[in-house]
Write a protein that binds this ligand. Structure first.
Ligand code: NAD
Length: 246
């Protein structure tokens, strides 16, 4: 799974799942740009990757800001001359029961999780079409397939990301571009750190493998999909969920 001479962009690459994805792609030889709203976190993670012998650069990238996205792509293409891998990982939650959900919380989650991935992918596909190769991986979620009470906005964004993945895969395949999604189950990160013990115990009973996943579990899936080992795989959703949804 060698990614030497490839350039990757991981949105929200500074922490959590994005951090593991960035480190894993870099360990396979890719030069990874770590997009972040918090540049300091992206800088620290990029430095740690470089200290480990990898190639990584932090880059200012708020996926809800069109100007930021254009600037980030201009810089990457200017410096590296190409973009081989885009991982749309940036995501947020703003939970609440659907009947009480504030319109601004609906809009914000869709703006970051779905529109952000769409806008980044648009620029990526334009570049990848010129190269006649490329790989896009969208980080969806198990709850985008199964639903989850209290997450109308988040589940809608993650389901829609799967639809977007399949449409982009169909449109881009003739130009040698593959587009896939990963649907992680419950993964140990800041996002799930707030779950109380009772919810955690309840979750364990529903996960056949009996534990939450790690960021590395998701990163390994990204590496596989980005590699030539997955060269005949496009438009798919890879479930990494300990068997929670089959
Ligand atoms: P996290 O909160 O630790 O990380 C999210 C990342 O997205 C952070 O780096 C954050 O800075 C970035 N981000 C947020 N808003 C952004 C914006 N406007 N522009 C650019 N970056 C932005 O969460 P995580 O658990 O690492 O989640 C990563 C992805 O995996 C998300 O898309 C999430 O929905 C998805 N996911 C997580 C789990 C889980 O259990 N943790 C399960 C399924 C899917």
């Amino acid at each position: 799974m060698n990614l030497e001479n490839q350039t990757a962009l991981v949105t929200g690459g500074g922490r959590g799942i994005g951090k593991a994805i960035s480190a894993t792609l870099a360990s396979a030889g890719a030069h990874v740009y770590l997009g972040g709203t918090n540049l300091e976190t992206a800088e620290e993670t990029a430095q740690a990757i470089c200290d480990n012998g990898g190639k990584a650069s932090p880059i200012q990238l708020d996926v809800s800001n069109k100007e930021d996205i254009q600037n980030a792509f201009d810089r990457i293409i200017g410096e590296a001359g190409r973009l081989d891998i885009l991982v749309n990982n940036a995501g947020i939650t703003k939970d609440g029961l659907m009947i009480r959900m504030k319109e601004e919380d609906w809009d914000r989650v869709l703006e970051v999780n779905l529109k952000g991935a769409f806008l980044c992918s648009q620029l990526a596909v334009k570049q990848m079409m010129k190269q006649k190769s490329g790989n896009i991986i969208n980080i969806s979620s198990i709850v985008g397939q199964a639903g989850n009470a209290g997450q109308a906005n988040y589940t809608a964004s993650k389901s829609a990301l799967i639809g977007l993945t399949k449409t982009m895969a169909q449109e881009a395949a003739p130009r040698g571009i593959r587009v896939n999604a990963i649907a992680p189950g419950f993964i140990e990160t800041d996002m799930t750190g707030g779950l109380n013990e009772k919810i955690r115990e309840g979750l364990m009973g529903k996960i056949p493998l009996g534990k939450l996943g790690s960021s590395q579990d998701v990163a390994d899936g990204v590496l596989f999909l980005a590699s030539c080992r997955a060269s005949y795989i496009t438009g798919q959703v890879l479930n990494i969920n300990g068997g929670m949804l089959m």
